[in-house]
Design a protein around this ligand. Structure first.
Ligand code: HEC
Length: 117
C-alpha cells in the first residue's frame, strides 16, 4: 500500500511539472537556492525599483539586505504577493507582470530550505 501511495505521489509531482511552462526552467535546481547566489538578484532586478535602499513610489520597506528579504517573506506575505494573478490587487512587482513561475518557485524553495544565506 505504501508503495502505491508513493508512486501516486510521484506521478502527481511529474504531472504538475509537465503543466508548467518550461521556457524559464533554466539555471540552478531549486534545491540549491541561496540568498547570495539567487534571491538577491531576483529582488534586485524586480523589486529595487521601489524597494531599494530608499523605498520609492509608496513602497513601505527596503529589501536590499538578506535580513530584510527574509523578514518580508516571514512577516509581510512576500510569497503571497508575488503569487497573485496578473491584474489581481496587490500583485508584486506592483503594476508589472507576474514573475515567471520558475522564479517564484526559487523564492518558495529558499523559504522551505529555511533561508540559506
Ligand atoms: C512599482 C513599485 C513596486 C515594485 C516594483 C514592487 N513593489 Fe512591493 N510594494 C509597493 C507598494 C506601493 C507597496 C505598498 C502597498 C501594497 O502593499 O500593495 C508594496 C508592498 C509590498 C509588500 C507588503 C509590505 C507590507 O508590509 O504590507 C511586499 C511583501 C512587497 N511589496 C514585495 C515586493 C516584491 C517581492 C517585489 C519584487 C518582486 C516588489 N514588491 C516590487 C511597490 C512596489
Amino acid at each position: 500500500m505504501k508503495k502505491i501511495l508513493l508512486t501516486t505521489a510521484i506521478c502527481l509531482v511529474l504531472a504538475s511539472c509537465a503543466n508548467d511552462s518550461t521556457d524559464d526552467l533554466v539555471g540552478v535546481p531549486v534545491a540549491d537556492v541561496t540568498y547570495t547566489a539567487n534571491i538577491q538578484h531576483i529582488i534586485e532586478t524586480n523589486c529595487y525599483f521601489c524597494h531599494g535602499a530608499t523605498p520609492q513610489n509608496g513602497a513601505p520597506m527596503s529589501m536590499t539586505s538578506y535580513e530584510a528579504v527574509k523578514e518580508a517573506v516571514m512577516n509581510r506575505n512576500l510569497i503571497g504577493k508575488i503569487s497573485k494573478e496578473n491584474g489581481e490587487d496587490g500583485l508584486m512587482p506592483l503594476g508589472w507582470l507576474r514573475l515567471p513561475q520558475a522564479t517564484i518557485d526559487q523564492i518558495i524553495a529558499w523559504r522551505d530550505a529555511n533561508f540559506p544565506e
